[in-house]
Write a protein that binds this ligand. Structure first.
Ligand SMILES: *[C@@H]1O[C@H](CO)[C@@H](O)[C@H](O)[C@H]1NC(C)=O
Ligand SMILES: *[C@@H]1O[C@H](CO)[C@@H](O)[C@H](O)[C@H]1NC(C)=O
Ligand SMILES: *[C@@H]1O[C@H](CO)[C@@H](O)[C@H](O)[C@H]1NC(C)=O
Ligand SMILES: *[C@@H]1O[C@H](CO)[C@@H](O)[C@H](O)[C@H]1NC(C)=O
Ligand SMILES: *[C@@H]1O[C@H](CO)[C@@H](O)[C@H](O)[C@H]1NC(C)=O
Ligand SMILES: *[C@@H]1O[C@H](CO)[C@@H](O)[C@H](O)[C@H]1NC(C)=O
Ligand SMILES: *[C@@H]1O[C@H](CO)[C@@H](O)[C@H](O)[C@H]1NC(C)=O
Length: 313
């Protein structure tokens, strides 16, 4: 999901007052009265739609698309791109300086990168990624929210466009071995959680860590693509999804900090845990063409041919 509190408000501005009354909505993950089983009732306009996220990605069903080329990531190497960290009561969110952008990747134009936030489960035993891959759920998932550059930051325009937003999903997997506090970029990010234990608390991030640092070890040329929605109310069906195949590896102690430190409201309220939406019905998924795979086939073919020739001699 995409967590933009502002999105709900903007969606309201677009719709009637009546819709707003229901969409200025109280939704949650942790109470039976407002958890995701209720979203289609609370926010029926889109949450009950037919192009909803997240989904399970069936890797054998993903079709190759030659148009899914590599992305260009602008300012992802900047150590001042990350501005603020906030406890929204539903997640922790990092907002970006202007100038951060993505383009390429089969997108129709450049998109401005606004923020990332995270989804997680509960401690070591309950994974909480939103997308699953062939049924596998990862411990966490990181979502970058990007808005078509031509809309100049106007969310209501983006929400009115079936590809107005582009979301990038990165899985987070537990690092093998007994490492703690790794990688350093995630140790740094997680170290600030104690400063934002309560909903609404924010912190100005010191410079020093880039977005590339957080995406350490991931081959960003390998991804899945489908058309879906925001994964939180109002669930607008305005999102081009990119889900990267390779996970970011983070040590277990740091993964655990997310479900152990931040609260849904103040310190007397529950910890923020299990912040992911249940899987929605399948959508057609594509993936970038495996040029390396075709090269391998070709050379295997050549090898068979030369063996055959050699035998004939
Ligand atoms: C969500 O609420 C429903 C009832 O509305 C309940 O059956 C279910 O257990 C709840 N799920 C979670 C994860 O709390
Ligand atoms: C995954 O896709 C393959 C190929 O289309 C299909 O045979 C299989 O049943 C699908 N698996 C699931 C769990 O949907
Ligand atoms: C790739 O892009 C071309 C040119 O826009 C388009 O004609 C073609 O249908 C696209 N291919 C796929 C598989 O979407
Ligand atoms: C955003 O776009 C909508 C629709 O075009 C327009 O009504 C609104 O004034 C714009 N908002 C801002 C802040 O520019
Ligand atoms: C992890 O720690 C355990 C207990 O201290 C030890 O037995 C094991 O060999 C360690 N594993 C690695 C990969 O270092
Ligand atoms: C986080 O809180 C600690 C302890 O209160 C404080 O020393 C530190 O300056 C805070 N960090 C930031 C970046 O505000
Ligand atoms: C959230 O915390 C604030 C500050 O402690 C408190 O005033 C408010 O009543 C709490 N809200 C809920 C819904 O518990």
């Amino acid at each position: 999901m995409i967590f933009l509190v502002a999105l709900v408000l903007t969606a309201c501005a677009l719709t009637s007052r009546v819709d707003c009354a229901t969409e200025g909505i109280v939704w949650c993950y942790h109470l039976p009265t407002c958890n995701d089983t209720k979203w289609a009732t609370i926010a029926p306009k889109y949450c009950g739609g037919s192009r909803q996220s997240p989904i399970n990605i069936n890797t054998t069903a993903a079709k190759e698309d030659v148009n899914l080329t590599e992305f260009t990531f602008t300012d992802f190497s900047s150590t001042t791109a990350q501005k603020t960290l906030e406890n929204t009561g539903k997640t922790v969110k990092v907002t970006f300086a202007s100038g951060v952008q993505i383009s390429g990747g089969g997108l129709s134009e450049a998109y401005d990168s606004l923020q990332f936030h995270l989804h997680w489960g509960n401690g070591p035993s309950i994974p909480g990624s939103e997308h699953t891959v062939d049924g596998k759920r990862y411990p966490m998932e990181m979502h970058f929210v990007n808005l078509k550059s031509s809309y100049n930051g106007n969310l209501s325009q983006a929400l009115g466009d079936s590809t107005g937003l582009a979301a990038l999903g990165f899985f987070i997997e537990e690092m093998s071995g007994n490492a703690t506090g790794e990688p350093a970029s995630w140790k740094s990010l997680a170290s600030y959680l104690t400063n934002i234990t309560n909903k609404g608390q924010t912190l100005t991030l010191p410079s020093g860590i880039s977005l590339d640092d957080l995406l350490v070890g991931v081959n960003r040329a390998k991804y899945y693509r489908y058309l879906g929605s925001l994964t939180t109310p109002a669930c607008n069906e305005a999102v081009v999804w990119t889900v990267f195949k390779e996970p970011i590896k983070v040590s277990k102690d740091l993964i655990n900090l997310f479900s152990n430190t931040v609260h849904v409201n103040d310190s007397s309220s529950p910890l923020i845990t299990n912040v992911y939406r249940q899987i929605q019905p399948d959508q057609p998924v594509t993936t970038q063409a495996e040029s390396s795979a075709s090269t391998t086939c070709y050379s295997l073919g050549l090898m068979v041919l030369s063996l055959a020739l050699w035998k004939n001699l």
